[in-house]
Write a protein that binds this ligand. Sequence first.
Ligand SMILES: [Zn+2]
Length: 317
Amino acid sequence: MHTDLVAALDIGGTKIAGALVDGRGRILVRAQRPTPAQEDGETVMRAVEAVLGELHASPLWQDARAVGIGSAGPVDASAGTVSPVNVPGWRAYPLVARVRDAAGGLPVELIGDGVAITAAEHWQGAARGHDNALCMVVSTGVGGGLVLGGRLHPGPTGNAGHIGHISVDLDGDPCPCGSRGCVERIASGPNIARRALADGWRPGPDGDTSAAAVATAARAGDPVAVASFERAARALAAGIAATATLVEIDVAVIGGGVGKAGEILFAPLRKALAEYATLSFVQRLAVTPARMGTDAGLVGAAAAALAGRTDTAAMGV
Ligand SMILES: [Zn+2]
């Protein structure tokens, strides 16, 4: 009998992952479906129910005492609804109530995916042991979450720490969110590639124009590719410095596909951070790669379910 077993759901624009997770963060059972992101809301929900049904078929399900959901945002944890940008069929969709019904009435905790990854990094990854941390995902978009005073800080709606849509360029390009000059508009993978192409970088014979291809070119010394990563690094540094100055974090953890670019990102990031984070209380701020892998969303959702969103200090998450 597992007294501390929970079910976890990680819902994104491409896949819906589910797991039964124990109190030490170990994944015991997995299930996954592609997200029918362009279908109507009920079709998307049926994919979630299929994942839950597969977990339910495990004999371990009887020990599950809660369900944690980390969802692409925006989410509204106070209302129990989600409106993921990449899932147009879900707008103010009552996901918490629907999952509760599908899970036989178990309590359900909902957080945004950036907050889920933060919970995972704080529990078992690069932010472990830090009471004040900003964790970020830099990939197709830029998301994040905060740990403050030793506790996960999801905020009232579950979106706090969404650093991707802080403006760091007052007259910058319009952002799909409605603002302009956002961190995401400069530092996300597609925007790193977009800027490199606009400034004259050309892909190799394979035609790969992803940020990973720009990173490869930067490592080989291509000056335009290097400059695009430096600009992304400056945008991230400005956002991190602003966060640190506002709430006093001591570590910034960076994951996601762009975070895997290594020193081509982290070297200019540390340099820019020294330029932007200048006051005495933020000068010791460290920036470090994420340690949790692709299961971070599931592990973080499990952490939220184990602890309850409003009392995550109980388990040190
Ligand atoms: Zn924005």
